[in-house]
Design a binder for this molecule. Structure first.
Ligand code: ADP
Ligand code: MG
Length: 604
C-alpha cells in the first residue's frame, strides 16, 4: 500500500505559508518589501488591532499589468528572478515568488493595482488561495493590498497568536525595521487610526533613526563609518554611556535588507570592550553595503538570515566602524582654555537647540554641539570663570528628613580606580565639585553626577523598582491625553514603582512612587513622564521614566551637600564609572596640569 502522497498544491501552499507567514507581522514585512521592490517612494501601512483582522499597504510603485495581478498569487510567481543565475546576485527584497501565495493561502486579500501606462487598473479578490473575483477598476497608479482575517482557515495557527497588543506591536517592529533600512523611502504607519510613525524618505539615515527610534536614542548616537575590502559600513552606534538593557536596539541592514546576525552583534559589542557597563548593550543602526554576489540571502524563507562569502571581512568592517566611533568620542569635554577652543565653543554654537527647523537630532552630534551647552563656558585666560547667572539657592536648605531621603549614597562602592586617588578640594558655586587626581583637575557637576549614579542603580534593578507608599496619597490631574497614556502604560509604571489609579473621570490618585523620588516632585515628574510616554516604545519609555526619576531624585545645584557626599561623587567620576548624565551630557570637565601651566606661561 502506498503511504506517500503527493500534496496538492493548495496544501503545499498552506505549509509554505507556515514558513513565510509566521504571524501577522510577517504579512506586514512581505507587503512592505514588495512595495519597495516595486520602486515606491511613498508607502502607507494601515493596521487594525494585532493585524490579523486588517492590514493594508498602499504604494506608489510600478503597479501590475492585469494578467500579473491575477498571477502574483501563484506560487513561484515572481517578476524578480528568471533563472538560477539571478539567484547569485539578488538585489531585490523578494525573489522567491512565495510570499503572496503563502499569504493568500491563509487569508482574504483584495488587490487594486495600476501601472502608469494603463488606463484602467485591476481589482482582484482572493480567499484562502482561490481567486473569487477579478475585474478592471479605476484606481491611482501603484498598488494597494488589503489583507483580512489572517489564519482564518488554519485554526491551529490562530490559536497560537498572542494578544492583539503583542501582535500589533510585533507588526510595528517589522514595519519600523523595514523603514529604518530604507531612509530613501517615505513610510507612514497608521495603527487603529493613529499615526505611529512617519519617515520623511529624505535619504538621510539620521531622519529615519530619529523618526523610528525616538529622540533619546537618536541623541545618544555617534556616527560610525568604515570600509574593508569592498564592504562599506555607515550608520550609528550609541555612546558608551547610553548602554541599553537589551539588544533590542541593534539593527543591521545588508544592502537595505534587515538581517539578524550574532556575529555582527559580537563585532559591535567587541568595540565597546571596557567602556560599557556590565549587562549593558550598545544600540546601533548599521548599513552594510557590499556586492550582492558576496552575500547569500537564500538561507531562510523569511530572508532574515544571510550568509557572507567572507564572514571575517564583514565582521572587521563592522568592528572598526564601531570602534572608531566609540574611540573618537572624547571621554569628557576637555576644558582647554586656548584660543582655538574658545572659537570652537563660541557662544552662538551653544544656542543651537533641537527645535531649530530643518535640523534633526543627529546633526546635533557634530562634535561641537554634541553635549549641548557646556555648563561652564570657557572664555579667555584672563577671565576663566564664565559669566553665569548668580547662583540662587534653588530651594531652601532641605530638612534633615529630606536630606536623609535623598542624599548621595556614600556607601555605594566605587570600583577601585587604577590611577591616583581623588581629593576633593571643595565645592564652588554650590554646583560644581572641584577635585584633583594625579595631575588633573576635575570640575564635576554634582547634580549630573548624582543623577547618573541613581539612574545606574535603578537600571540595575532589572524589573521591579523599589517603591515607597505615600503616607498621604496624592491626586493629580493628567489631562485627557495624559490619562490615556498613564492607563495604557499602567503595567510599566507599576514596574517602575508607581501605584496609580483613576480617581473620578479626570484625576488619578497616586498611592506609591519610586523609592528615590521625592514626593514633593511628584507632579513635575508625572508631567514629564506623560510627555515621554507620548514618544515611543516600551524600552524607551522605561529608560526615560527612570531618567525622570533619577533627575528628580538627585541633589540639585544650589543645595548644601555634605563633604562625604561630594567625595563619593568625585570618586565615581574619577574612576570612570560615571561619565555622562543619563541625558548624555558630560558630568565633568578635566583640566590638566600641563594646560594650566601653559595658561600661566610656565611652559610653552
Ligand atoms: P517575490 O517578492 O519574491 O517576487 P511575492 O509573492 O512577494 O514574490 O510577489 C510576487 C510578485 O507580485 C512580485 O514578483 C511582483 O511582480 C508582484 N508584486 C507584488 N507586490 C507588488 C507591488 N506592491 N507592486 C507591484 N508588483 C507587486
Ligand atoms: Mg515579495
Amino acid at each position: 500500500m502506498a503511504v506517500i502522497n503527493i500534496l496538492s498544491p493548495h496544501v503545499a501552499d498552506m505549509i509554505a505559508a507556515g514558513e513565510v507567514v509566521e504571524r501577522p507581522g510577517s504579512v506586514v514585512k512581505e507587503l512592505l518589501e514588495n512595495a519597495i521592490d516595486a520602486g515606491a517612494h511613498n508607502i502607507t501601512l494601515e493596521l487594525k488591532g494585532g493585524g490579523a483582522t486588517y492590514i493594508r499597504v498602499t504604494d506608489d510603485g510600478c503597479g501590475m499589468a492585469p494578467d500579473d495581478a491575477g498571477n502574483c498569487f501563484l506560487r513561484h510567481a515572481t517578476s524578480k528572478l528568471r533563472d538560477e543565475r539571478g539567484l547569485e546576485a539578488i538585489a531585490t527584497m523578494g525573489f522567491r515568488g512565495e510570499a503572496l501565495a503563502a499569504i493568500a493561502a491563509v487569508s482574504r486579500i483584495e488587490l487594486l493595482t495600476r501601472r502608469a501606462e494603463d488606463e484602467a487598473g485591476t481589482y482582484v479578490s482572493v480567499s484562502g488561495g482561490d481567486i473569487m473575483d477579478m475585474h478592471p477598476a479605476g484606481c491611482p497608479r501603484g498598488t494597494t493590498f488589503t489583507v483580512r482575517d489572517v489564519f482564518f482557515n488554519t485554526p491551529a495557527r490562530l490559536k497560537f497568536m498572542k494578544s492583539d497588543r503583542a501582535e500589533g506591536s510585533w507588526c510595528m517592529q517589522q514595519a519600523a525595521r523595514v523603514a529604518l533600512g530604507r531612509p530613501d523611502i517615505s513610510i507612514r504607519c497608521i495603527k487603529d487610526g493613529k499615526e505611529e510613525f512617519f519617515t520623511p524618505g529624505d535619504g538621510r539615515a539620521e531622519s529615519a533613526v530619529y523618526a523610528l527610534l525616538g529622540r533619546p536614542v537618536a541623541l545618544s548616537m555617534l556616527p560610525a563609518e568604515g570600509e574593508n575590502e569592498g564592504v562599506s559600513v555607515t550608520g550609528f552606534v550609541s555612546s558608551p554611556a547610553a548602554g541599553r538593557g537589551s539588544r533590542a536596539m541593534q539593527f543591521f541592514f545588508v544592502n537595505g535588507r534587515a538581517i539578524r546576525s550574532q556575529s555582527l552583534q559580537a563585532a559591535v559589542e567587541q568595540a565597546y570592550k571596557n567602556t560599557l557597563m556590565v549587562g549593558k548593550f550598545p544600540a546601533c543602526v548599521l548599513y552594510i553595503t557590499m556586492s550582492p554576489g558576496a552575500v547569500d540571502v537564500n538561507v531562510h524563507p523569511t530572508k532574515n538570515e544571510v550568509k557572507f562569502s567572507s564572514e571575517k571581512r564583514v565582521f572587521d568592517a563592522v568592528y572598526y566602524a564601531a570602534l572608531n566611533a566609540v574611540q573618537g568620542e572624547k571621554p569628557t569635554l576637555q576644558m582647554d582654555l586656548s584660543r582655538s577652543t574658545e572659537k570652537k565653543l563660541a557662544p552662538q554654537s551653544y544656542g543651537r537647540t533641537v527645535e531649530t527647523p530643518g535640523q534633526t537630532a543627529m546633526e546635533l552630534h557634530s562634535p561641537r554641539v554634541r553635549y549641548g551647552a557646556p555648563r561652564t563656558a570657557p572664555r579667555t585666560g584672563v577671565s576663566p570663570i564664565p559669566h553665569r547667572q548668580p547662583v540662587q539657592p534653588v530651594r531652601p536648605r532641605p530638612s534633615k528628613a529630606e536630606v536623609q531621603a535623598r542624599q548621595v549614597d556614600i556607601t555605594e562602592k566605587t570600583a577601585p580606580a587604577e590611577s591616583a586617588p581623588v581629593r576633593v578640594a571643595g565645592e564652588i558655586l554650590r554646583t560644581y565639585i572641584l577635585a584633583e587626581q594625579g595631575d588633573k583637575v576635575l570640575v564635576i557637576d554634582k547634580h549630573a553626577a548624582h543623577e547618573r549614579m541613581i539612574f545606574d542603580r535603578l537600571k540595575a534593578q532589572d524589573r521591579q523598582i523599589m517603591s515607597q507608599t505615600l503616607l498621604q496619597p496624592q491626586t493629580w490631574r493628567p489631562g485627557p491625553e495624559g490619562m490615556e497614556l498613564l492607563s495604557a502604560n499602567g503595567e510599566l509604571l507599576n514596574e517602575l514603582g508607581f501605584e496609580l489609579e483613576p480617581y473620578g473621570d479626570e484625576d488619578v490618585i497616586v498611592r506609591a512612587v519610586p523609592e528615590d523620588l521625592d514626593p514633593g516632585q511628584l507632579a513635575a515628574a508625572l508631567e514629564e513622564i506623560c510627555e515621554k510616554l507620548r514618544g515611543g516604545g516600551r524600552d524607551l519609555a522605561r529608560d526615560s521614566v527612570l531618567q525622570t526619576v533619577a533627575c528628580k531624585a538627585a541633589i540639585k545645584a544650589g543645595w548644601d551637600t555634605d563633604p562625604a557626599e561630594l567625595l563619593a561623587l568625585a570618586e565615581k567620576v574619577a574612576s570612570g564609572e560615571i561619565r555622562y548624565c543619563p541625558h548624555g551630557r558630560p558630568v565633568s570637565v578635566t583640566l590638566t596640569k600641563k594646560e594650566l601651566d601653559r595658561q600661566f606661561g610656565r611652559i610653552k
